[in-house]
Design a protein around this ligand. Structure first.
Ligand code: ZN
Length: 215
């Protein structure tokens, strides 16, 4: 296979402490289906990174995967939910953003204020992925997304055994923003269980979801 020759990595931005945020494309440049997979947004929820790493070795006809190991490299370094400025990036996106107190869910001083948020927004606007999967922990569910076709989510839940469930309609989330931007796409969160994820099961589920967009 020519996977290595078909992969390339972009620096899509930098964290507030200057660390690179990288996206790796796997698959043909012109492939019609674009799938974004984000290993983690909260730096203390890293299990999705192993799934992203395994996807780097995959090749699916008609699909370009865009893989971001971590959207929060400073938080990963510090093993913190937040970025280095104490912001919960998954409350900082400028869709239904709301002010909030400092602490666990601090949404930042203003909508889209953080460099990590801006990097992801710029990148999503540029590639416009039809499918986006963002990993979190540790609830062990596939989180039902609002205003999207849930068929792909139902299939993901069935394949992984992580049941499809609603969570409250949080403010300022990455998937809320992405689903509002890309009306004919689907972005959703998978809350992995604590500890390590069953990587192959999730890789197969991501590939099945990608293929369903190629039909
Ligand atoms: Zn999380």
């Amino acid at each position: 296979m020519l996977v290595a020759a078909l992969a390339s990595t972009l620096v899509i931005g930098h964290s507030s402490e200057g660390r690179e945020i990288r996206a790796t494309r796997v698959g043909e440049v012109g492939a019609p289906v674009k799938v974004l997979v984000v290993g983690d947004v909260h730096g203390n929820e890293p299990a999705g990174e192993a799934i992203v790493a395994a996807l780097r070795k995959k090749s699916v006809d008609g699909v370009q995967f865009w893989l971001i190991r971590t959207a929060n490299p400073d938080g990963r370094k510090a093993r913190s939910r937040h970025n280095a400025r104490g912001v919960d990036l998954n409350r900082n996106f400028p869709y239904r953003w709301a002010k909030g107190a400092k602490g666990t869910y601090y949404p930042g001083p203003s909508a889209g204020s953080e460099p990590e948020t801006k990097a992801l927004m710029r990148f999503v606007r540029r590639i416009r992925p039809q499918l986006g999967i963002y990993y979190h922990q540790h609830m062990g569910i596939t989180v039902r997304a609002r205003s999207v076709d849930t068929e792909v989510q139902r299939d993901y839940a069935r394949r992984t055994g992580l049941p499809l469930r609603w969570l409250p309609n949080y403010h300022g989330t990455a998937i809320g923003w992405q689903n509002n931007l890309i009306k004919d796409g689907t972005a959703f969160v998978v809350e992995l269980k604590a500890g390590q994820a069953p990587v192959k099961t999730h890789v197969d589920a991501v590939i099945a979801a990608a293929r369903s967009y190629g039909r």
